[in-house]
Write a protein of this length. Structure first.
Length: 93
């Protein structure tokens, strides 16, 4: 179910990007620190969107990897306590 929703969301985003790109054919001048360039507005929007996705993926990967590592360490710390409680329960019986 979640996979279907993801596919639908991506399809909606692609249609939205196509409509936005087709409605903005104007040329825009971009001034860099050293040079300048003239590009269509749709291309500038696409480049900014792609950069945002890439930066978001890097940040998400960093946060998820930190959380997975923290989860692994906490599970490892908790594991010996579970084994000790089973040993104590077995000695009483």
């Amino acid at each position: 179910m979640f996979r279907v929703l993801k596919i639908i969301l991506v399809a909606i985003c692609l249609v939205f990007a196509f409509v936005l790109g087709s409605q903005n054919p104007q040329l825009v001048q971009i001034n860099y620190i050293i040079a300048s360039n003239t590009l269509p507005l749709a291309m500038i929007i696409s480049i900014c969107f792609a950069l945002g996705v890439v930066v978001g993926c890097f940040i998400s990967f960093k946060l998820f990897s930190q959380l997975k590592w923290q989860n692994y360490r906490l599970k490892k710390k908790l594991a010996p306590k579970k084994n000790n409680s089973k040993l104590v329960a077995n000695k009483d019986t």
